[in-house]
Design a protein. Structure first.
Length: 661
């Protein structure tokens, strides 16, 4: 309740107040209780409906902010970032526009015709969904479709989504109208989500009079799950898309529409009228090949995929057959979880695939996915601080349950997002070997070129969102799983994933081609961003307006143990401003691009906690993640330019002179 109330009330400052900020003047202390149950996260669903706050003050300020004069690099609300029809981010230029988006304010939502692909359906995707409904759905007496749908990239993904919806809606009544308030139960459906992988064996149990079904448009190689309209199934379908990352990209949707002879509705504005492209609009933007029937041969498809695999193999120094491509970064986490569960099911059929472990405070959807019984039937154990105490508690838990529990995988990040902390991978590796679970590391923030997790034998699987720094241009979405040939479970997972019928997991050839084009200068961009980021972090660390800088150099001493000889600290950092600085004014004034995602060639800033945990701020605060944390993803701009912009914003947002400590 505390954090919610602070969002919508005045900030109480030492000498001057600002009603638009999220104050963290009262933060729960960093308590490390000895009780294991108090320390760990419960796998029960966190709806937090009783904690919803009234953000009227911020809604009013959002409407006022419509008329603010934005800095040059802060593009109008809803502008694609970059200026491209396949952009993976969108401009949220003011603090209040972020709150308006999270509150579902129609003035904000209607201004956004694009967004991060897992959170916002692209116009091409929506148009493709309508094609499915026009073909397969009937209408009621008023001409409205009786069904809704979710498009998926492969048959296997569609079957997994169907199984997920059937299981997740067990708690609803037959009209799908109410959600059961009872605790989550283990599904009675015989089809385990992790086993829907090979098309020849894929099947699901009909449910709710077969009203959740899979249909296809084979001529366009796309699939959809149809379900009753205006029911809880729509919310659950969106959750599947978001948590698993098994999505239809804008390029795949565009390709499908053209194959279906549909006129593509160009509803994404690539560049605002009168806009100056600068670094946000590269003249070198990739253009996919025209689509005409089946003009793209399988050889062409293979060349794009294999070229991307070869580049990743060169950066990781392993053979390309250990690398699996997928349509998003979260899809790699989901694939690794399914494989790890199959590993345990093969060894212990009664284990339900084993319990998942999430170690350290992770990117939100990793924890949300592992917390869903549909994905991890045996539940999840969450150690959200990832510190020495958590390590001791993890080992204690493993030993306490050594006789009657099995574990699928431990998921962690190097470094973590958004606190840039690092776990003790050496100790985790020993525990993984002793208790026989897979160690899966997300290196999206650290990346292949900065950290070594393969040759060192620390990770069984390394999951990466290629959408971020590997691509850089922010106009293509993809992910990769690198399986370690140096570990037993890494080799097992490779053989397991190689059996999948959807070998590339639904990654479309045009996205693979775009990624190949974008990543050709990845090493040079990475080196430059490493250098600029360290300079900016040093500058902010010394600035009197900044209270805390989360950056591996300062907060993750173990990070150096995993760095490659020429590796840097990466391009991401988070900051917490001193109480005499108004974070709303700082954010609004800062002359850079502002919106979700990271790793773009242009600097991209967002109030991360508000975007990722708006409806669970108390939960985030309990793991020392401040509500007003600001995340900075450094781009290719010169350091002097960024220093000037950050200095100006910090000076402009002072509420009063800093008092002597």
């Amino acid at each position: 309740m505390l954090a919610r109330n602070l969002v919508s009330t005045m900030c109480r400052r030492q000498a001057k107040s600002c009603k638009f900020c999220v104050s963290t003047s009262v933060v729960p202390p960093d308590v490390h209780p000895p009780s294991l149950s108090n320390r760990r996260f419960s796998t029960a669903t966190r709806d937090d409906d009783d904690n919803l706050h009234n953000a009227a003050d911020l809604k009013v300020s959002w409407k006022e902010s419509l008329h603010l004069e934005l800095p040059h690099s802060s593009k109008p609300l809803g502008t694609p970032l970059p200026f491209d029809e396949h952009a993976c981010s969108v401009s949220l230029p003011t603090w209040c526009s972020v709150v308006g988006y999270e509150e579902g304010d129609q003035e904000v939502v209607s201004a956004m015709n694009c967004g991060y692909p897992r959170f916002v359906y692209h116009p091409y995707v929506l148009q493709l969904m309508q094609v499915f409904l026009d073909k397969y759905s009937s209408s009621d007496s008023e001409g409205r479709p009786t069904e809704d749908c979710l498009v998926l990239p492969t048959k296997e993904a569609a079957l997994r989504c169907q199984s997920f919806l059937q299981e997740s809606l067990e708690g609803h009544n037959n009209r799908f109208g109410r959600r059961s308030h009872t605790a989550s139960v283990i599904s009675s459906f015989p089809t385990d989500n992790a086993l829907i992988e090979r098309s020849e064996g894929a099947s699901t149990t009909p449910s709710f009079e077969s009203r959740i079904r899979v249909e296809s448009l084979e001529e366009a190689d796309v699939y959809a799950v149809l379900f009753p309209a205006e029911t809880a199934a729509g919310t659950e379908a969106k959750a599947y898309w978001q948590h698993t990352g098994e999505l239809v990209s804008s390029r795949r949707a565009e390709n499908a529409l053209k194959l279906l002879k549909q006129k593509v509705s160009k509803r994404v504005t690539c560049c605002p009228v009168g806009g100056t492209p600068s670094i946000l609009h590269s003249s070198d933007t990739f253009q996919s090949q025209p689509v005409s029937g089946e003009s793209s041969s399988s050889n062409l498809k293979q060349s794009a995929y294999e070229k991307l695999q070869e580049r990743i193999a060169r950066w990781t120094q392993i053979d390309s057959d250990n690398i699996f491509l997928l349509p998003s970064g979260m899809a790699t986490i989901y694939k690794a979880l399914r494989s790890a569960r199959r590993y345990q099911l093969e060894k212990n059929p009664s284990s339900r695939g084993g319990t998942s472990i999430v170690y350290g405070f992770p990117y939100l959807d990793t924890l949300k996915m592992c917390s869903r019984r549909e994905f991890s039937p045996a539940g999840v154990e969450f150690f959200g601080r990832g510190d020495v105490t958590d390590l001791e508690l993890l080992e204690r838990l493993l030993r306490l349950r050594s006789t009657n529990s099995r574990w699928s995988a431990l998921f962690t990040e190097v470094p973590s997002n958004p606190l840039l902390q690092c776990p003790d991978l050496v100790k985790l590796r020993k525990l993984a070997d002793e208790f026989d679970f897979c160690l899966v590391v997300d290196d999206t923030i650290g990346n292949f070129l900065n950290v070594d997790l393969i040759d060192s034998g620390l990770a069984d699987a390394v999951c990466t969102s290629l959408t971020k720094l590997v691509s850089g241009r922010g106009d293509a979405i993809a992910g990769s799983v690198v399986l370690n040939p140096n570990t037993e479970k890494g080799r097992w997972m490779k053989e397991d994933m190689a059996k999948d019928s959807d070998l590339y997991g639904g990654l479309h050839e045009s996205d693979a081609m775009a990624m190949v084009h974008n990543c050709r200068d990845f090493p040079e961009r990475n080196a430059r961003i490493n250098e600029t980021s360290e300079l900016l972090a040093d500058f902010l660390q010394e600035h009197q307006g900044v209270e805390t800088v989360w950056y591996p150099k300062f907060v993750a001493p173990l990070f150096r143990n995993y760095q490659k000889p020429n590796g840097g600290f990466g391009g991401l950092m988070s900051i917490h401003l001193h109480p005499h600085i108004c974070q709303r004014t700082f954010y609004d004034t800062l002359d850079v691009a502002k919106g979700p995602s990271l790793g773009t060639n242009f600097t991209l800033v967002c109030p991360y906690t508000l975007l990722a945990h708006y409806h669970e701020l108390d939960f985030a605060m309990s793991y020392n993640v401040p509500p007003n944390l600001i995340r900075i993803a450094v781009g290719l701009e010169d350091f002097d330019e960024l220093k000037e912009k950050f200095s100006y914003a910090l000076n402009k947002s002072r509420l009063h002179p800093k008092l002597p400590s």
